[in-house]
Ligand binder design. Structure first.
Ligand SMILES: *[C@@H]1O[C@H](CO)[C@@H](O)[C@H](O)[C@H]1NC(C)=O
Ligand SMILES: *[C@@H]1O[C@H](CO)[C@@H](O)[C@H](O)[C@H]1NC(C)=O
Length: 323
């Protein structure tokens, strides 16, 4: 780690300089997708050292797909690489931005193990992120999400703290409609900037909390709903610590907001008052071993595993709200 260059641009996210992290970034929707690029730019503007490698094309709902990168005959999405360009390639003017002709989990694997290490002279990423992905990944859908599965791979197989950032799209992945927007769309729709600011806020908070940035085998699953007029300013959004699965029959969760049960990410994501959608962001503590909720395992009032939930809570507490 090195001290962050304090760029004026960072003011739009956090008023104090944070520790710079080495961040590996991939996504589910391809390297040319808007939300991915906006976040990439903002993390760099905040002084982080970002290396990005993402699929050549949109791969929605391919969380279970593995394999090796293959030779690409077609152009990349939105013509961002010419036909017959090989298995991977660079943005012509940047060595920190690559595409790979593979599924999201494979992009994470190759990016973490090989390409980002070459870029950082053998050093590993401090954290790995997937997103911001176009399309929410909540509850049972986490098992289909390429972004979530990529984050799970990083936490479980590479031991690197990982976060999946997913955002609202009106089109579910089984719909024929393309789910992404191109990186150079003009004018940029307002959501891109808001999602990037919020994701950067979380990463800066983790940086501030110091290493280890997350407990072992833990990943975070974050979902942003639609940027409605009420939620057009990122300062109106509230982060809520949640569960991936409902906790009805589970052991108690960490004590937070006067109870021993964290809310379900699904309920927080869809919560509204009357017709007005509330700007809540569910942030779930995921167990990378089975893609379920990390649970502290209180049984007969005895703490069996002392608190991966609590460790995450302590790191994020300054930015959390009650639901
Ligand atoms: C390549 O990177 C430059 C500099 O960030 C950017 O302006 C350009 O749009 C990028 N092109 C592609 C295809 O990624
Ligand atoms: C968002 O809200 C903050 C705090 O209320 C304010 O300072 C800022 O100017 C607002 N940003 C925009 C783009 O309206």
């Amino acid at each position: 780690m090195k001290a962050a260059a304090y760029l004026g641009f960072a003011l739009q996210v956090l008023a104090i300089p944070v520790q710079a992290l080495r961040i590996f970034q991939t996504n589910e929707n391809g390297w040319a997708a808007l939300y991915f690029r906006t976040l990439n730019n903002m993390l760099k503007a905040n002084g982080h050292d970002v290396f990005a490698m993402a699929p050549a094309q949109n791969h929605p709902g391919t969380g279970k797909k593995l394999g090796k990168p293959t030779f690409r005959k077609k152009p990349c999405d939105y013509d961002t690489c010419p036909p017959n360009s090989g298995r991977w390639g660079y943005n012509g003017s940047r060595t920190d931005l690559m595409w790979i002709n593979a599924y999201p989990v494979v992009a994470m694997e190759y990016g973490i193990q090989r390409f980002s290490r070459e870029y950082w002279n053998g050093e590993a990423a401090d954290i790995a992120i997937a997103g911001v992905n176009h399309g929410a990944a909540l509850w049972m859908n986490v098992h289909f999400s390429g972004g979530v599965k990529a984050a799970v791979w990083a936490a479980k197989k590479a031991g690197i703290p990982a976060i999946a950032f997913n955002a609202f799209t009106p089109y579910p992945f089984w719909n024929e409609h393309p789910t992404t927007l191109p990186w150079n769309i003009q004018p940029e729709p307002p959501g891109a900037q808001v999602y990037a600011e919020l994701a950067t806020q979380l990463i800066n908070q983790l940086a501030l909390s110091g290493p280890p940035y997350l407990p072992r085998n833990v990943f975070l699953n974050v979902n942003f709903h639609e940027v409605t007029p009420e939620c057009a300013n990122s300062s109106n959004w509230k982060w809520v610590l949640t569960r991936i699965n409902q906790g009805t029959f589970s052991p108690q969760d960490v004590f937070h907001c006067f109870q021993h049960r964290l809310p379900h990410e699904f309920d927080v994501y869809y919560f509204h008052k009357g017709n007005i959608k509330q700007c809540f962001i569910p942030i779930s503590i995921g167990d990378a071993r089975d893609v379920s909720t990390v649970n502290d395992g209180f049984t007969n009032n005895r703490i069996l595993h002392k608190g991966r939930q609590r460790d995450v809570l302590d790191k994020l507490r300054p930015m959390l709200s009650c639901f």
